[in-house]
Design a protein around this ligand. Structure first.
Ligand code: ADP
Length: 402
């Protein structure tokens, strides 16, 4: 039997999961995804070598069900089909940790209560995270579960970086810039010394450009500012989210156009961003392949706004020593990286075109004043590490090594 940690990343319409070895850090034993929740769930699993398991093995999970039911089906499937695995703990990506959670936490009744209170701050994500936690508790009440918050990494930001220009009573109620994608930034911060040596502690902006997109300014590998705000709507243009928007537009839509709060919410979260501007797709790869001028405009806007945000974060750091591109677009789109970096020559950024086209790790020229890196992120690994350290599995590793 192999002891394993089950890592969950539950989104609005998908549950990603990975089985990590419990004691020694290594490649996942299994990774998978349930997509299309709420419509027709599609379950895919890859083994340790990255090969997809045959569809016949997955039939029993292809059902129409909600997050909690599908998590239970997944646990049943693991029990029946992965008989060599002994689950010893579970870790969950949780979108919102509010002001209280500055790091991962062992889930007990108190922590669960606090997470429930935070649902109103992340209504489209937090309930799905809680659903997965509840399903695991019901399945095995004794299994230790750890919550890893996307906001925690940003709790080191100075107060000014967190404030809106709103009355202080609202700040006291928690209307602040929280910042998201913290697990991705924590992973990148952990590997920076490998690539930058002592420069890892200098002024770095990490650009997490995926379907959800954000940037984080780091000094000494701690967050000092980020593009995301109170909700995951703020900041960069995203796949379907609008990014930073004049609040007056929201008032106009409600007061002059008679839209309801739910309609505005749907517009800003689902109908905007790359999808809304192009009218074609939220998928950067599709837009890059399109000859439609609206696709071109959506990419232009994405890159323009990303370069402007990077300039703003460089101001928060009072200079810039390195940029790291990560996540689906950041890791794969040479075009987007090039378009963003071309606007940053004034900061000393100079990209080596052939290195960029080849998706090399270092894509800046030797003479560039700012080092530019492309690094894959690994949020699941950060969760597995937190589970090991909070459940004492990491201590077992230390004892074994002695
Ligand atoms: P998330 O985890 O937020 O759902 P990802 O980090 O997987 O998103 O990023 C998805 C985005 O990455 C999509 O817009 C996709 O088109 C883009 N992407 C992936 N590969 C490429 C590529 N080769 N060229 C351009 N864009 C790409």
């Amino acid at each position: 039997m192999t002891d394993a940690i089950l890592v969950f990343n539950a989104g609005s319409s998908s549950i990603k999961f990975a089985l990590h070895p419990a004691v020694v850090e290594g490649a996942p034993l299994l990774t998978g995804k349930i997509d299309g929740i709420g419509r027709a769930p599609d379950f895919t699993v890859r083994d340790a070598r990255g090969n997809y398991l045959p569809e016949d093995d997955l039939q029993e999970i292809q059902v129409t069900a909600d997050h909690e039911q599908l998590t239970t089906r997944l646990l049943e499937w693991l029990q029946h089909h992965q008989t060599g695995i002994n689950l010893v703990a579970a870790g969950h990506r949780v979108v919102h940790g509010g002001r209280d959670f500055t790091g991962p936490a062992i889930i007990d009744a108190d922590v669960l209560g606090k997470m429930q209170q935070l649902v109103s701050l992340a209504p489209s994500h937090q309930p799905h995270n809680l659903a997965a936690i509840n399903a695991v508790s019901a399945w095995d009440p004794g299994l230790p579960q750890i919550a890893c918050f996307d906001t925690s990494f940003h709790r080191t930001q100075p107060r000014l970086a967190q404030l809106f220009g709103l009355p202080h009573e609202l700040t006291d109620q928690g209307i602040l810039k929280y910042g998201f994608h913290g697990l991705s930034y924590e992973y990148i911060a952990s590997v920076l010394p490998e690539h930058l040596g002592s420069g890892a502690d200098a002024r770095v902006v990490v650009a997490h450009l995926g379907n959800g997109a954000s940037m984080c300014a780091m000094k000494h590998r701690h967050s000092v500012a980020s593009s995301t705000g109170f909700s995951a709507l703020h900041g960069l243009i995203m796949g379907r989210r609008c990014g930073t928007l004049d609040a007056g537009v929201v008032l106009h839509l409600i007061q002059q156009q008679g839209m309801s709060a739910d309609q505005v919410r749907h517009l800003l979260y689902q109908e905007s961003g790359l999808f809304g501007v192009s009218g074609i797709s939220n998928n950067m790869k599709v837009l890059e392949a399109s000859a439609d001028p609206r696709a071109k405009e959506a990419i232009d806007l994405f890159c323009y706004r990303a370069a402007c945000e990077l300039g703003s974060l460089a101001a928060s750091l009072e200079g810039l020593d390195a940029i790291v591109f990560t996540a689906g677009i950041g890791e794969n789109s040479a075009t987007v990286r090039d378009r963003i970096c071309r606007r940053l020559g004034w900061l000393g950024v100079d990209v080596d075109q052939s290195a960029n086209q080849a998706n090399d790790i270092r894509i800046s020229t030797s003479g560039s004043g700012v080092t530019v890196l492309v690094l894959p992120t690994n949020e699941e690994l950060v969760i597995a590490r937190s589970v090991r350290s909070l459940t004492g599995l990491a201590e077992v590793e230390l004892q074994l090594a002695l």
